[in-house]
Ligand binder design. Structure first.
Ligand code: NAP
Length: 266
């Protein structure tokens, strides 16, 4: 069990909050008694209460009883929440905002005191402990950063970035889940056209994508290095790849990422 992190409160335990809760509980390293989840309507959190998580609508109690406060409210709610409860945050609290597009400066201003504040951008793979969480904060205190990393490492992998890359992180890491899934859907459709049932095609594609990702993660190589290994001269892999490129495969992906970024920047 991770004792040194203290109690973790998740304020606004909706879709993202629940996937974090599932991840922390599923990893087996967090005792449910060290987790607090808040929401106004508590019906959807009953299963967590049954497991021993403190489930409450009382945000003040959650702040008072925790050391880590993860705020998973909607972006338009987070600043008023921090202003309302600013007196309750002490210098021992670590506040982590999960809200897209709300800057550290805005968070600090709402708290109206020098408090340790981070922004974190996980993705929905948090639920299965395979998120990549991009984090930035207002402190260079390595011990505190290590605690934050330790928390998000329970949900997958964690990378610290400069705040000016948080929107880019949203596109590549959070929207990226949808980009990869759409690519996988297209592979399944191709698989059906060349003879597989949807079920078997899905099984082959899921494991192939997992295997490709694991090759890069475990070997630490550039994708093209692994591609070279499977592209026999005059072979079927290079014929397929080049046909995809003639039709704008890489270009479409890059343009999509840039379009998402331009949208988020507005
Ligand atoms: N979904 C993602 O993939 C993702 C990824 C990265 C970041 N984010 C960020 O995560 C945040 C939450 O997104 P989401 O999709 O999880 O939204 P969501 O499902 O609407 O969750 C927010 C929850 O906050 C609760 N809430 C509202 N007011 C509250 C209050 N005063 N006190 C306590 N709880 C309150 C709501 O439940 P009640 O109405 O019952 O109170 C709701 O369930 C957003 O800021 C978003 O930018 C989301």
């Amino acid at each position: 069990m991770i004792k040194e992190l203290g109690k973790v409160a998740i304020i606004g335990c909706g879709n993202l909050g629940k996937s974090i809760l599932n991840g922390l509980l599923g990893g087996g390293k967090f005792a449910p008694q060290n987790l607090i989840a808040t929401k106004r309507n508590l019906e959807s959190l009953q299963e967590y209460e049954d497991q021993g998580v403190l489930v409450t609508s009382d945000n003040a109690k959650a702040i008072a009883e925790s050391q880590f406060v993860l705020v998973a409210l909607k972006p338009h709610q987070i600043l008023s929440f921090l202003k309302e409860f600013k007196e309750l945050f002490t210098e021992n609290h670590v506040v982590v905002s999960l809200a897209t597009g709300v800057s550290i400066h805005e968070l600090e201003t709402a708290l109206n005191a020098s408090r340790t504040v981070f922004r974190a951008m996980p993705n929905t793979a948090t639920t299965i402990l395979e998120s990549i969480t991009c984090v930035c904060g207002n402190t260079e205190d390595e011990a505190v950063k290590e605690r934050v990393k330790h928390l998000f490492d329970q949900l997958g992998d964690t990378v610290f970035i400069n705040e000016d890359l948080m929107e880019s992180a949203t596109v590549l890491g959070a929207c990226g889940i949808a980009f990869v899934l759409r690519f996988m859907r297209a592979m399944v459709q191709g698989g059906i056209q060349i003879g597989f049932s949807a079920e078997i095609a899905g099984k082959i594609v899921n494991q192939t994508v997992k295997g490709a990702a694991e090759l890069l993660i475990k070997n630490g190589e550039h994708p093209e290095y692994e591609i070279d290994k499977v592209t026999t001269p005059r072979g079927c892999t290079i014929a397929g790849l080049n046909e995809m490129e003639h039709n704008g495969f890489s270009s479409a992906l890059i343009k999509g990422i840039v379009a998402s970024y331009e949208k988020i920047e507005k």
